[in-house]
Ligand binder design. Structure first.
Ligand code: HEM
Length: 535
């Protein structure tokens, strides 16, 4: 209402008291008790001290003091919006997933885009992978495709994830850099992790500085399975194709935008949706069988490899439309919990060792981040289909079993929910076997061929951008041997690229290709050596 309509008064100290009247609601405590004066604490005498019995002050400060929850350990900076998925055709022959049974089916969706490395307050235009996480509220439970805008990943085995993330995040003593990868620790790790080379080509390309979330692709990365009602399975890779196409910015533009408007990407998406310009992606599937998997030149369980679209074309099966911004950023974008384990009947995992580790990691971290095993009770995480189970209690339990029964089997007439073999999730009975061993399969060993394929597939300008990005990033690396090691990997990818980067870095004489570049223990500058000795 207009300011002149408001009932207001001045207190003894000249402070403004706006008061409820007409349509304006009464301010209360969390307990619902109306508040008479929200400008002054309760004092002994006009000049204090403040009294401990002031329940309104205590409650207000207590709650404020506890507003923060841990930010995500990766992908802390993100932006979420609502939308829906529309199924183009029935895929009943391939999968019994409910979402793919009926042409025209509309499924509510929530999508969170993110950067990976920077903290919650970091700038949007960092050179980084973008998260593309989709929660589909299907009639048979929530299905999350927790993907990225790059179709491959840095590592092949989840056991390397903490090391990889430690190396790319701030260095533990100095606390920087926050959102850029240009530093010794990251490039040291990469130089000792040849499997990352394909991903590095993508991350040094224009893909890692998208113009907006609306101009990015999304990828499920891993091979998953689809299983039909006869129990027959195929492998599948998920792709999100933006209707607007792909666009990126130049590095110089990214740096300027970050300075002028660190919220550039979130503002872009917010404005587009508010103005009714709803972004859309089509969901594409690459579907292949065991026979293809066996004869394909790479291992389909290796998340550092793609399956070229020329070999397995993409089949478009539906579209995702984002059409509604959140009511509350914290309640929805911050509290949403995506998890690769959230799959539904008709979709299944593969034995990809990265995916298997992710399946553990997300639930685990979300218990810490959201503070309670009941985070599915938070509306953004709650399924929109019926939910019946006997899980109970714990912090913040909102929905507990009703009545006497909280176990099964039981003998009671109204004994609650029961199993359903016809509708229930059945894991695909993939035969597995062999000796227990801590090993990487030899079929995961070619780290350069697809890096080369990617580099060659780029236009000359895009290739130049990759070379410039590598030279820029490596120019920030202080340790010469790390730079040389990276160049020695590049030699295995493309001789010309390696030479260009070496020249820009003023490396005299090319190193040997990577195999010879095994690590030595201490390459660190003297100040760092000292701190290693101290510790
Ligand atoms: C977020 C772990 C690989 C995509 C996260 C989070 C963790 C994590 C702990 C924070 C989740 C939260 O607090 O809610 C891992 C591990 C990986 C891995 C252990 C490998 C072993 C990947 C890969 C992708 C990916 C390969 C892409 C295919 C994402 C996305 C988010 C995320 C999109 C953000 C979800 C959101 O918007 O809330 N990951 N991750 N991660 N991860 Fe991964």
């Amino acid at each position: 209402s207009d300011e002149s309509d408001q009932k207001a008064a001045r207190g003894k100290g000249g402070e403004v008291h706006q008061q409820a009247a007409g349509e304006i609601k009464v301010l209360t405590t969390q307990q619902g008790s109306p508040i008479a004066d929200d400008q002054n604490s309760l004092k002994a005498g006009a000049r204090g001290p403040t009294l401990l019995e002031d329940h309104a002050l205590r409650e207000k400060l207590f709650h404020f003091d506890h507003e923060r929850i841990p930010e995500r350990v990766v992908h802390a900076r993100g932006f979420g919006v609502h939308g829906y998925f529309e199924t183009y055709d029935s895929l009943a022959d391939i999968t019994c997933a409910d979402i793919f049974q009926r042409k025209g089916e509309i499924t509510p969706a929530f999508v969170r885009f993110s950067t990976v490395v920077g903290s919650k307050g970091s700038p949007d235009l960092a050179r980084d992978v973008r998260g593309f996480a989709v929660k589909l509220y299907t009639e048979e439970g929530n299905w999350d495709i927790v993907g990225n805008n790059i179709p491959v990943f840095f590592i092949q085995d989840a056991i390397k994830f903490p090391d990889m993330v430690h190396s790319v995040k701030e260095e533990p003593d100095r606390g920087f850099p926050q959102a850029q990868s240009a530093h010794d620790n990251f490039w040291d790790f990469i130089s000792l992790t040849p499997e990352s080379m394909h991903m590095i080509m993508w991350v040094m390309s224009d893909r890692a500085i998208p113009r907006s979330f609306r101009f990015m692709e999304g990828f499920g990365v891993h091979s998953f399975r689809m299983v039909n009602k006869e129990g027959k399975a195929v492998f599948v890779k998920f792709h999100w194709k933006p209707k607007l196409g792909l666009q990126s910015v130049l590095w110089d533009e990214a740096v300027k935008v970050n300075g002028a408007d660190p919220d550039f990407h979130r503002r872009d998406l917010w404005n587009a949706i508010i103005e009714g310009d709803f972004p859309e992606w089509e969901l594409g599937l690459q579907i292949f069988d065991d026979e293809f998997a066996e004869q394909f030149e790479f291992d389909v369980l290796d998340a550092t490899k793609i399956i070229p679209e020329e070999q397995i074309p993409i089949r478009v099966v539906g579209r995702l439309v984002l059409n509604r911004v959140v009511d509350n950023f914290f309640a929805e974008t911050e509290q949403v919990a995506f998890c690769t384990q959230n799959i539904v009947r008709g979709i299944d995992h593969s034995e990809d060792p990265l995916l298997q580790g992710r399946n553990f990691s997300y639930l685990d971290t979300q218990l810490k981040r959201l503070g309670s095993p009941n985070f599915t009770h938070i509306p953004i995480n709650a399924p929109k289909c019926p939910v019946h189970h006997f899980q109970q209690d714990g912090h913040m339990a909102i929905y507990n079993p009703k009545g006497r029964v909280n176990y099964e089997p039981n003998s009671w007439g109204d004994g609650g929910p029961r199993e359903c073999p016809e509708k229930g999730f059945i894991s695909y009975p993939q035969e597995v076997g062999g000796e227990k061993q801590r090993v990487r399969s030899e079929s995961f060993a070619d780290h350069y061929s697809q890096a080369r394929q990617f580099y060659i597939s780029q236009t000359p300008i895009e290739q130049q951008h990759i070379a410039d990005a590598l030279a820029f990033e490596l120019s920030k690396v202080k340790t010469p041997r790390i730079r040389e090691r990276i160049v020695s990997h590049l030699l295995n990818i493309d001789q010309e690229l390696a030479s260009k980067v070496a020249e820009m870095l003023a490396i005299e004489g090319l190193p040997h290709p990577a195999e010879a570049a095994l690590p030595t223990r201490y390459d660190l500058p003297p100040s760092d050596k000292l701190s290693i000795l101290k510790n």
